[in-house]
Design a protein. Structure first.
Length: 69
């Protein structure tokens, strides 16, 4: 019984450390994105638009190629 509690406690500590690291990374990426957006404006967003539209087109082509072949 005691061994199971210690394993569970170690698991909770590991999950909480992982969650804290993920929150810190998310905050830093959000700050980086907002600063670049304020600095460059439309020049920073345009590549995201192109990659999003290209991904949609490629997924549309792949969907119809696999579903109709």
């Amino acid at each position: 019984m005691r061994r199971r509690d210690s394993r569970r406690r170690i698991l909770y500590v590991f999950i909480s450390i992982l969650a804290i690291i993920m929150i810190i990374i998310s905050i830093s990426q959000g700050i980086w994105f907002s600063l670049n957006l304020w600095e460059f404006g439309d020049l920073f967003i345009r590549p995201f638009y192109f990659s999003f539209i290209g991904g949609l087109i490629l997924s549309f082509i792949a969907f119809f190629r696999f579903s109709h072949s």
